[in-house]
Design a protein around this ligand. Structure first.
Ligand SMILES: Nc1nc2c(ncn2[C@@H]2O[C@H](COP(=O)(O)OP(=O)(O)OP(=O)(O)O)[C@@H](O)[C@H]2O)c(=O)[nH]1
Ligand SMILES: [Mg+2]
Length: 646
C-alpha cells in the first residue's frame, strides 16, 4: 500500500496584485502555477494555481497560489481556507497595498496564524528603500498573528534569497501542529475536471481524515454517491491520502457536471448540509460602515460561496470592530462542520467585512432571545467538556455530540467521563443528555402524569406510550429515563401506566358508596361472589371502577371475569396450602369441597395460584412449588397488594 509517509504541508500565497507571488513560486518549485491561457496572456493570476517542492530536509510543500487582484478575491478565498501557513508576498518597490491589507484581514478571520513574509523584487530597490519597505510591512503586521513572522528579502528574477525563504518556511511548518484526524475525511473541492480515460477528477486540501482508493464517497450538498478510483498527491499515485495534503481524487460513478467548486467530497452521511449557520460575527475594524440586520452579504466557507442574509440575535446592527451573534440564512446549502471559519463580504462595492467560526448548524431559524445567545456562548465555550455539554440540549450519541461540538475522538471520551461523573450530563441508553435537558424531560413526564391523575383520577396513571411520544424519545431512551425516575422515586410504574408515586386512584363519594354496597355483597359468601354483571347492574361497579379498586388493593380480579375480596382469595389459598402440606397434592374437586366454593370459581382460583408461583399443575393435580412458609408469605401479599406497590 502506498501511503505518503513524508510530511506534506500546504502553504498558500497572499498579497497584492503583481507583487510577484506566481513568479516566486515558479522560482521556488520550477512550476508555473498560472496554468490558464488567459493568465499567461495577461501576466496575472485569475484562478488558483498549484505547485510543489520537496524540501532539503525531506517532506513536501504543496503551494496554493492565489490571485492578488481584488476582482478575484472569491477565488483566493476558495483556496486559502485549509492551509498550514501563508507566504505573504509584498513587493519591495510598492510596499503594503490595499490587497496586502485585505488578504491579511482574511488570514486573520480564517485563523491562519503562521507564515513567512517574502519581500519580493528586492533587485528593484536600494538598501535604504528596502529598509523603509520592511518597516512599512512591520507596521502593517502589528497586532496580527503574523506580527513576528520571519521576513525574507528575495528576488525571483535574480534568484536571491530563495534558499533562505525555504528554510524559513521549513522552520515555521516544523512548529505547526499536526493536522486534525477525526476519521471523517472531507475534501472541499477547489477544482473539478475530466481527464481523458479517467473521468471525473476533483482536487482540494484534504481535511479531518484519510481517504483511500475504493472508498465510497458522496459529493455534498446533493449527496451524489460514487467511489474513489484513484488518488494522487503532487502527481504521485497513492492508495491512501492523509489529512493536510493536496489531493487529486479520480471518481467513478460521479459525472463531472455533478460536482463543482464549493462542494465537498466526504463519506456518505458524514457531513451536514445546511442553509442556517450561527456564528459570532466580527466586523473588521477597517470596514467601511456598520452591518445591519437583514443585510445581504456574501458568505465564503471552505471553497464554497453563497449569498446570505444576516439575522442578528442581539442588536439591530454592529459597527466596525464589534462582534455579535448572528444567524446567516444562506441562499444555497453548504456542507460544513461546526468550527469552520467563514468570511463575509459585501458584493458591491466589493469589500471584505468580517467573519467568524461556525457555532451551530441549526435546523430552524433562531429567535432573537437571550437564551439563544446564552446557548451559543456555551456551545463555543473553551473547555472540551463545556463544548460537549452545549451539544447535549437534546439526547445525542457520543459520536453525534463530539461531531457537533467539534471534538476530536481523543478529547471526546474524557469529556464524556467528566460531565457524567460530575452530573452535568445524564446517560439515556445509547445517548447522553445535559442535566437541564434531563430535568426538562423529567418534569414533562411528571406533568403528563399529574394531568392524567387529574383528568382520570380512577385510572392508574398516564399511558406509557402516550408519554413517550409526547416526549419524542425513542423507546430505549424513554425506558432509561423512566427507570432512572423510578429509581429516584419521582415516578411509579403501574402496569403499563406511569404515575406519580403519591397517586392512588381516587373514588368519588358516590363511587365509595357503590363500593361499600358491593363490598357487602362480596363478603356475604366470599368464595361464591356475585358475577361482574351483577356487581355492575346491582351496585354500579363498572369495569373502570373495578380496575381502580383492584389498583387500590380492595379487590382481586381472578381469571377474566371474577372479582373477589382479597381476604377470600387468601383464605382459599391457605386452605389449599394446608392440604398440600398434609397430603402433597390436591384435585379441583377436593379444593371445591375444602373451600365451599363452586367448580366455576375454583378453576380460575387454582390457575391464579399457579400464576402467582405458588402451585404447579401436574396432570389433574396441583403440587406446591414453594416451601410452606414462603407460600404463606406470598399469600399475605394478596391482601396488601395496594400498599405494597411503590
Ligand atoms: N524585477 C523583478 N520582477 C519581478 C520579480 N518577481 C516578479 N516580478 C515581476 O512582477 C510581475 C508580476 O509578477 P507575478 O508573479 O505575476 O505577480 P503576482 O503576485 O502573481 O500577481 P497576481 O497573481 O496577478 O496577483 C511580473 O512581470 C514579474 O516578472 C522580482 O523578483 N524581480
Ligand atoms: Mg500570480
Amino acid at each position: 500500500m502506498t501511503t505518503d509517509r513524508a510530511t506534506i504541508r500546504v502553504v498558500g500565497t497572499a498579497g497584492h496584485v503583481d507583487h510577484g507571488k506566481s513568479t516566486l513560486l515558479t522560482a521556488l518549485t520550477g512550476m508555473d502555477p498560472d496554468r490558464l491561457r488567459e493568465e499567461r496572456a495577461r501576466g496575472m493570476t485569475i484562478d488558483l494555481g498549484f505547485a510543489w517542492v520537496t524540501l532539503p530536509g525531506g517532506g513536501d510543500i504543496g503551494f496554493v497560489d492565489v490571485p492578488g487582484h481584488q476582482d478575484f478575491i472569491r477565488n483566493m478565498l476558495a483556496g486559502i481556507g485549509s492551509i498550514d501557513a501563508v507566504l505573504l508576498v509584498i513587493a519591495a518597490d510598492e510596499g503594503v497595498m490595499p490587497q496586502t491589507r485585505e488578504h491579511l484581514a482574511i488570514l486573520g478571520l480564517l485563523g491562519i496564524d503562521r507564515g513567512v513574509i517574502a519581500l519580493t523584487k528586492r533587485d528593484l530597490v536600494d538598501d535604504e528603500w528596502a529598509a523603509l519597505a520592511v518597516s512599512d510591512v512591520r507596521a502593517a503586521l502589528r497586532g496580527t498573528a503574523l506580527a513576528d513572522a520571519p521576513l525574507v528579502a528575495v528576488s525571483a528574477t535574480a534568484r536571491r534569497g530563495l534558499d533562505e525563504l525555504l528554510r524559513a518556511l521549513e522552520s515555521v511548518l516544523g512548529a505547526a501542529p499536526a493536522r486534525r484526524d477525526t476519521g471523517r475525511p472531507r475534501l472541499p473541492v477547489d477544482r473539478s475536471f475530466t481527464m481523458a480515460g479517467f473521468g471525473t477528477v476533483v482536487t482540494g486540501t484534504l481535511l479531518d481524515g484519510s481517504l483511500a482508493v475504493g472508498d465510497e464517497v458522496a459529493v455534498v450538498p446533493g449527496d451524489i454517491r460514487g467511489r474513489v478510483r484513484g488518488l494522487q498527491t503532487h502527481r504521485r499515485s497513492l492508495d491512501v491520502a492523509r489529512p493536510g495534503s493536496r489531493v487529486a481524487a479520480n471518481l467513478s460513478g460521479i459525472e463531472k457536471e455533478a460536482v463543482s467548486r464549493g462542494m465537498v467530497l466526504a463519506r456518505p452521511g458524514s457531513l451536514e448540509t445546511t442553509t442556517l449557520i450561527a456564528v459570532r460575527l466580527a466586523l473588521l475594524a477597517g470596514a467601511s460602515g456598520p452591518l445591519e440586520h437583514d443585510e445581504e452579504i456574501k458568505v465564503h466557507v471552505g471553497a464554497a460561496e453563497t449569498m446570505a442574509r444576516v439575522a442578528f440575535l442581539e442588536g439591530p446592527a454592529i459597527s466596525p470592530g464589534e462582534t455579535a451573534w448572528a444567524q446567516l440564512r444562506l441562499a444555497k446549502a453548504v456542507a460544513v462542520a461546526v468550527g469552520d471559519r467563514i468570511v463575509i463580504r459585501r458584493p458591491s462595492p466589493s469589500e471584505t467585512l468580517g467573519g467568524g467560526a461556525i457555532a451551530d448548524l441549526a435546523a430552524a431559524r433562531l429567535r432573537r432571545r437571550a437564551e439563544t445567545v446564552a446557548a451559543l456562548e456555551r456551545r463555543t465555550a473553551p473547555s472540551a467538556a463545556s463544548r460537549l455539554l452545549a451539544s447535549l440540549d437534546v439526547p445525542r450519541t457520543p459520536a453525534e455530540a463530539a461531531d457537533r461540538s467539534g471534538l476530536a475522538p481523543s478529547e471526546r471520551d474524557a469529556a464524556i467521563a467528566e460531565v457524567v461523573a460530575d452530573g452535568r450530563a445524564v446517560p439515556l441508553a445509547d445517548a447522553l443528555v445535559s442535566r437541564d435537558a434531563f430535568e426538562a424531560f423529567a418534569t414533562h413526564v411528571e406533568r403528563i402524569c399529574a394531568q392524567a391523575h387529574r383528568r382520570t383520577p380512577l385510572r392508574a396513571g398516564a399511558s406509557r406510550e402516550e408519554a413517550r411520544s409526547a416526549l419524542g424519545l425513542p423507546p430505549k431512551r424513554f425506558t432509561a429515563l423512566v427507570a432512572r425516575l423510578v429509581a429516584d422515586k419521582r415516578l411509579a410504574e403501574r402496569g403499563s401506566a406511569l404515575a406519580l408515586p403519591s397517586h392512588r386512584p381516587q373514588l368519588s363519594n358516590d363511587q365509595e358508596r357503590q363500593w361499600l354496597s358491593a363490598r357487602a355483597a362480596l363478603a356475604k359468601e366470599p368464595l361464591q361472589p356475585p358475577s361482574s354483571a351483577q356487581l355492575e347492574s346491582e351496585h354500579g361497579l363498572d369495569r373502570e371502577l373495578v380496575a381502580a379498586l383492584a389498583e387500590r388493593g380492595d379487590v382481586l380480579r381472578v381469571g377474566s371475569e371474577a372479582v373477589f375480596l382479597p381476604e377470600a382469595v387468601a383464605r382459599f389459598a391457605l386452605a389449599v396450602v394446608d392440604e398440600l402440606v398434609s397430603s402433597g397434592s390436591i384435585t379441583v374437586a377436593r379444593a371445591r369441597d375444602l373451600s365451599g366454593s363452586s367448580r366455576k370459581h375454583v378453576l380460575p382460583l387454582l390457575q391464579f395460584l399457579d400464576d402467582r408461583g405458588l402451585t404447579r399443575r401436574v396432570g389433574d393435580d396441583r403440587v406446591l412449588v414453594l416451601t410452606p412458609d414462603s407460600a404463606r408469605e406470598r399469600i399475605a401479599t394478596f391482601t396488601h397488594q395496594g400498599e405494597d406497590r411503590p
